[in-house]
Design a protein around this ligand. Structure first.
Ligand SMILES: NC(=O)c1ccc[n+]([C@@H]2O[C@H](COP(=O)([O-])OP(=O)(O)OC[C@H]3O[C@@H](n4cnc5c(N)ncnc54)[C@H](O)[C@@H]3O)[C@@H](O)[C@H]2O)c1
Length: 418
């Protein structure tokens, strides 16, 4: 049996910890060697995953990079605007990368990372966890089986969910495009990747429309204060009241509040009084959209549309082939339909498609994609099916960044042939 793949983790926040915890359950295949984060509790949450204290801890990226190459693969799970600098430094040191999406805050930088990785012969996998879910891997298998005939067009949909929109894109880390990325990149680079991966080709041209229609000051209820903790007259009926963090929405604190699991209500209230997550959603400094639609043509002639909206919940997909259409996703399942099914054009027959899921309850994050990605890691980086050098998933990033260019310019954007 080969040696475990050694892995260092740069950024031990929500994503870095999630991947590290899964890695630590597979010691015969993976060995964590280093944890890097300026916040001690986060660093220790990863560093402490090995009982024998063998995981090195670094307080700064400078100290980590100065120590030389400490693993086969580096997971980069810092914030969006840090990815470029961290990825370029790591490539020079000889690391292959598991890089959180988005690869960088603009397309030029994503392409620069790709170019440098090719020059140096390094592999980069983006954390497109949806590809590794039982649901989307089954969709891909159905397409590849030829049962749909020739694929003519694809329709995808992502309902972000109102509280999630508020938590991440109104109050949270991705509420302003400056310093992170436009929302279509931050939230839907997964969907953009799926369109190219399932559609079988990169983007040829795209149009897009969208806006920040609801989360703005003119929609604030009369008398709503700047913070929910300052006594809001509509608190009891507001979907976004920050006091929901004390009850049904408590788990969302796990992504933004250190020590949230042990915190009592008084400590959480203090956090809400001072942090961005206690602000009234109509009185924030957010500038990203809350809905956007994309209409695309891929270079093989497949057409595709994608809708992102704050005001629905879950992803759905429809793929229209010459022999059959494949439809499914969370909104269908919620309404009592099969999660994935085929409609055969010849007979009109509906055929449910089975999705096989591991019984392991740890297979939960991102519909199983977090676990699926880590499970695939050693084959992505070594062996016969290893990735070629370069940034895998660049086509999806191109599509998402071009969508934003089309939305802002109100012009159809034609992609450069690759
Ligand atoms: N693949 C997905 O589905 C998915 C889901 C959510 C977030 N993300 C992406 O993952 C990334 C991380 O998101 P998150 O929610 O874990 O954020 P986070 O803020 O919880 O984690 C980032 C961590 O980086 C640390 N950090 C800051 N500066 C650092 C430095 N110089 N060196 C090392 N560590 C440093 C922070 O202390 C923090 O712990 C983001 O780019 C985000 O867009 C991807």
């Amino acid at each position: 049996m080969s040696e475990p793949l050694s892995i260092a983790v740069l950024g031990c926040g929500s994503r870095g910890r999630t991947y590290s915890r899964i890695l630590a359950t597979l010691p015969s295949r993976y060995r964590l060697t280093a944890a890097v984060d300026p916040v001690e509790a986060r660093r220790e949450a990863v560093g402490g995953l090995s009982a024998d204290e063998s995981i090195l801890r670094f307080e700064s990226d400078e100290a980590f990079f100065a120590a030389g190459k400490l693993a086969d693969v580096l997971i980069i799970a810092t914030q969006d605007s840090q990815h470029f600098g961290h990825a370029m430094a790591a490539l020079e040191l000889g690391y292959d990368l598991l890089l959180e999406k988005p690869a960088a805050e603009n397309l030029e930088r994503c392409e620069e990372i790709d170019r440098r990785a090719r020059e140096l012969g390094r592999r980069i996998a983006l954390c497109f966890v949806l590809r590794y879910t039982p649901f989307y891997s089954t969709v891909k298998q159905v397409i590849d089986s030829g049962r749909l005939g020739k694929i003519i067009s694809i329709r995808t949909h992502e309902g972000v969910e109102p509280f999630h929109q508020a938590h991440s894109f109104v109050r949270g880390h991705w509420s302003k495009a400056e310093g992170s990325t436009p929302m279509i990149v931050a939230k839907c680079s997964h969907d953009a990747d799926l369109l190219c991966w399932l559609g079988g080709a990169p983007l040829a041209s795209i149009s897009s429309h969208g806006d920040r229609s609801w989360f703005r000051v003119e929609n604030a209820p009369p008398g709503a204060p700047k913070r929910c903790t300052d006594g809001c007259p509509v608190a009891s009926t507001c979907l976004y009241d920050a006091h929901h963090y004390l009850a049904g929405k408590r788990r969302w604190l796990g992504m933004v509040m250190d020590g949230w699991e042990q915190a009592d209500d008084a400590t959480i209230l203090d956090f809400l009084r001072t942090s961005p997550w206690g602000r009234c959603v109509y009185h924030c400094d957010n500038d990203v959209v809350d809905h956007q639609v994309l209409a695309c043509e891929l270079s093989n002639g497949v057409t595709a549309t994608h809708t992102m909206t704050a005001f629905d919940c879950g992803r759905a997909i429809e793929i229209y082939g010459t022999q059959a259409a494949l439809k499914g996703g969370e909104p269908y399942k919620e309404a009592g339909a099969p999660e994935l099914w085929l409609r055969h054009h010849a007979t009109g027959a509906i055929e449910p498609v089975e999705i096989s899921r591991p019984s392991d309850s740890g297979y939960a994050g991102h519909g199983g994609g977090d676990h699926g990605l880590i499970d695939a890691l050693d084959s992505l980086f070594r062996g016969e099916s290893a990735l070629p050098p370069g940034l895998d998933g660049l086509a999806g990033h191109r599509l998402a960044f071009q969508a934003e260019k089309a939305r802002v310019s109100r012009q159809r954007v034609t992609a450069q042939p690759i």
